[in-house]
Ligand binder design. Structure first.
Ligand SMILES: NC(=O)c1ccc[n+]([C@@H]2O[C@H](COP(=O)([O-])OP(=O)(O)OC[C@H]3O[C@@H](n4cnc5c(N)ncnc54)[C@H](OP(=O)(O)O)[C@@H]3O)[C@@H](O)[C@H]2O)c1
Length: 240
């Protein structure tokens, strides 16, 4: 059985994979969640990280994941809710309805049930409360119309951070890290990428390490809760 583990959801690629790897390198016991088995998951396993597969597509599957975590781990130092679906809203209403269910399950239902389900097992250390960290998006404050389902469900994740910071204090801190343009996806055309860079005061794609550094700074700080750290090169100031 593992003790004082940090759960990272959506660790099968990109930002989640990097956070899991860097936390392991920093000496934490990490449990990496994934949906699709990727080469990156095999890399984490080769490093000695426990991995658990789950698809957050309904409450029963999420609750089963919570039960499985309890079989592997007696206590948690932190939960990092990183798993996410990102796509523009469909113009077809039936498809948009399916997107809403999918995005709600991954951005809101899963973080809620995992945090509530593991609350009793979250333990701080050395006078520092335990942590729950929501990986949100600068879109929660200045949304992009084409991605309104993504943005509104991420805004729900932001609001959940605020209410859980009240509800779970003083034994658990709850905060958010809100990335901006850290790692472009296939949804971003070359023109959109250029526009995003033009709107970013620090004028570059930030990369995954700054997101890890924000997560680590929250783990290290015993007196921050209910806060959101933007990791966006300043884009929230000028985003149209
Ligand atoms: N990349 C950026 O510049 C940026 C900007 C703003 C905010 N963010 C936020 O930062 C976080 C990481 O971003 P990213 O670009 O690394 O994300 P990503 O590449 O889209 O990866 C998301 C992860 O979540 C998993 N996932 C998606 N739907 C799931 C479901 N229904 N059940 C279980 N797992 C599911 C995916 O698994 P599969 O591999 O199976 O799809 C994947 O491993 C996200 O929360 C995102 O919103 C990123």
């Amino acid at each position: 059985m593992l003790e004082n583990a940090i759960l990272v959801t959506g660790a099968g690629r990109r930002i989640g994979h990097h956070i899991a790897m860097r936390l392991h390198q920093a000496g934490y016991t990490v449990i990496a969640h994934y949906r699709t088995r990727t080469d990156e998951i095999q890399v984490l396993e080769q490093m000695g990280i426990k991995t658990v597969r789950a698809e957050f597509n309904n409450s029963a599957a999420i609750l089963q994941f919570v039960d499985e975590l309890k079989q592997h781990c007696t206590s948690f130092r932190a939960l990092i809710h990183n798993a996410s679906s990102f796509a523009p809203t469909s113009t077809d209403l039936a498809e948009a309805a399916a997107q809403y269910e999918q995005f709600f399950n991954v951005h809101m239902m899963a973080p809620f049930l995992i945090s509530q389900g593991l609350q009793e097992l979250l333990k701080g250390e050395n006078d520092c409360p335990a942590d729950i960290i929501h990986i949100t998006d600068i879109n929660v404050e200045n949304p992009t119309p084409r991605f309104d389902i993504y943005g509104t469900t991420k805004a729900g994740l932001h609001n959940m951070m605020l209410v859980l910071a009240k509800k779970l204090a003083p034994s658990i801190k709850v905060n958010a890290v809100a990335p901006g343009p850290v790692l472009f996806t296939s949804q971003h055309s070359a023109a959109v990428q250029q526009q995003m860079l033009d709107e970013t005061p620090l004028a570059k794609e930030g990369g995954v390490e700054p997101v890890y550094l924000a997560v680590k700074s929250l783990l290290d700080n015993p007196f921050i809760t209910g806060a959101s750290i933007p990791v966006d090169g300043g884009r929230r100031l000028s985003k149209r």
